[in-house]
Write a protein of this length. Structure first.
Length: 104
């Protein structure tokens, strides 16, 4: 079933933006807006970056960095888990082969 799209007006760093959004995604959009607004205000309040465009770019770079860091950490964890699983499989195979040898 197709969701109906509507416009939502959001407020980010003292500016209003009108964004098309599916009805079922409205709450997620508003959560994202609150998160982005907080990040942008944090950057602005540090006073090192001036201008809405520059603040938005810095926020985007910070968020991209965090996202890629989490992705790398997740991939590393998955590789580590895969290695541990392979080691356990080898131990199980050795134990099963030893049991089979005893039965013969």
């Amino acid at each position: 079933m197709k969701q109906e799209s509507s416009s939502v007006t959001v407020h980010i760093l003292d500016k209003d933006y009108r964004i098309a959004c599916d009805a079922g995604e409205r709450e997620a959009l508003l959560n994202s807006v609150r998160f982005l607004d907080a990040k942008m205000r944090e950057i602005r309040d540090n006073g090192k970056v001036i201008g809405t465009d520059r603040i938005a770019v810095m926020a985007a770079l910070n968020l991209a960095h965090e996202l890629l860091g989490q992705k790398t950490q997740k991939e590393t964890s998955a590789q580590s888990a895969g290695k541990r699983i392979r080691m356990l499989q080898e131990k199980i195979e050795v134990a099963l082969n030893a049991t089979n040898q005893l039965e013969l």
